[in-house]
Design a protein around this ligand. Sequence first.
Ligand code: 3HC
Length: 683
Amino acid sequence: MSDVLTMRVVDGIGVVEIDSPPVNALGFNVRKGLWQGFETHIADPAVKAIVLICGGRTFFAGADITEFGKPVQEPDLRQVIDLVESSPKPTIAAIHGTALGGGYELSLGCNYRVAVPSAKVGLPEVNLGLLPGAGGTQRLPRIVGVEAALDIMLSGAPMAAGKAQKLGMVDAVVEEGRLEEGAIAFAKTVVAEGKPLVKVRDRAVEANPDAVAAMTKKYSRLFKGFKAAANIVKTVEAATSLPFDQGMARERELFLELRGSNESKAQRYAFFAERATTKVPDIGKDVAILPVKSVGVIGAGTMGGGITMNFVQAGLPVTLVEMNQEALDRGLGVIRKNYERSASKGSITAEQVETYMGLIKPALGLEALGEVDLVIEAVFEEMSVKKDIFGKLDTICKQGAILASNTSFLDVNEIASATSRPEWVVGLHFFSPANVMRLLEVVRGAKTSKEVIATSMELAKTIRKVPVLAGVCFGFIANRIMAKRTIQAEQMVVEGVPPARIDKVGTDYGFAVGSFGMMDIVGLDVLTRGQTERSLRGDFVAAGRLGQKSGGGFYNYDENRKASHSEEAAKLIADFAAYKGIAQNPDQSDEDILFRLLLPVANEGAKCLEEGIALRASDIDMACILGYNWPLYTGGPMFWADTIGLPRVLEKLKEFQAKFGDEFKPAALLEKLAAEGKSFTGE
Ligand code: 3HC
């Protein structure tokens, strides 16, 4: 018998139990077990109805994503669901944990679905660039109608059992912790009442073009770059216009199209990449995770405020320190305003606003941080200021407190040297806005202890961030490598390529905003702070063109912040090019503009790998996706370079190096991998 299958018969009800940790993904072994279990109970005359249940933490969490791209071993999931659906005996899925994707689709092959209150159901395939490919697109609309089905499949969001019951996606909710008993009792009632065996496939569903239009509008962002949403809509339209079996054939066709696409491959890669970031080779499960029950944040500016919000939302009290009352009041005011805005939009309640604000303890002076478990410094980027603060923290903070800096560029080892306990010092680099962006770079200093790193990784989870481990260097991972894009954008603009053209290449690739649009948002004065030499941005600042806030930077802006061409900006650029004696070369192809912007990013990523700054290529990709909104469906710079092919990447870099200089010098690792026919990501 299959090693993941257990079978029993209880009062005439056959139970098929599958237990395949960690999440009962529907891989070959599990499908084989299901086949065996159902065949056996269907054939057994003593069995009057069949309950399908899972051991472990969850019902089936979906198809086994690691099997995609490999030859399918039969029975495939659709065959298993056909077997379940064709059972002459009532079938009941008993759901706990998360019944997702193929898991929920399998339950739709049963006559009934029973769940505990904490269970969730959903079809999240869209997040992997896929559509529900085991009948979900054809069966779900037959239960909830076109509008709700599209909403569920396009959002990909799991739904709580209670709500699912209201929609008919779950037939009964049974007592928590007593799922098997509840499902067996339900099965007995079905048998006793002799209810007809209704199959979901036999239900009717009506077309609803208005709902299709409304949902297409609601999820419009998924119809650019991503491919899955459009195919999901097509399958649901097929459900209403074709007989069930033809609809299933259409679903298959559209599923296979997605499965083979680079977009879905990138999204599946990102799914595993996100989960890989916490795996640090020299830090095993034996390394202690230290308790962090209270936090101190130094600096109530934009970063400090955003950082504070993360912790209070996770229920941790934060002592927020500023040096004067005015700055403290201003910082608290901004946090309150942010929460009140969320409350007015309905994303949090008015009580939550007060709960969060109540967890913030404002304080003047570092002395208030004596007893906190973790301090995060988020003050001005100036080494002498940071060293002064860390020196004081060393005398104020209790032993065993983690001392973190939110520095974006500075040397964490030098900061740590201001203390007598460098093993307790770490970089925790948040990305702005810190309460929104999911990336947290955990910067490991030369002396940072393993416990501090392990605790930082765990802490990231607590505040719903994805931690990426980085070594000490200027800019760490994301800022260091993405700076290469900005350098090239500025270089091309002084060569005479208009900013709007460069930005369009970036937005066509999938960035929400182009390089110049972004600089105008951040503010050119902010970006030139501390600069002494003449620079293009400096010229803009001198001319009073600071960006959006002054009505103009690289673009002009109207009152709705809509950008348009600026003659004044064009003149500033031309003057700067003349001052620098830059040869004009405005006729560059879109492909060359894209490659000039982004290949240096991947090349710098390769240098980070060589130097051990990043642990793996997929960490670099996560840093760019989550810290810089690199378009997910291209997989990040390293995955994208792999899809182009490293020999071609190398060839282009060499071509650019010959034309434009050593900024394009290929990394040794890139040369090596290209020569060996390998890739960065192994994909
Ligand atoms: N296939 C293979 N491995 C999976 C998996 C899947 N569907 N789902 C989770 N895993 C693995 C994870 O990679 C992780 O492995 P690791 O421990 O080696 O890193 C392990 O299971 C635990 O996962 P999480 O760390 O994510 O655990 P959580 O408890 O935080 O979350 C979960 C559990 C909510 C189930 C989450 O893992 C999840 O969302 N999984 C994906 C669900 C999904 O997308 N299902 C649809 C799959 S596609 C499909 O079904 C196609 C069909 O329509 C034909």
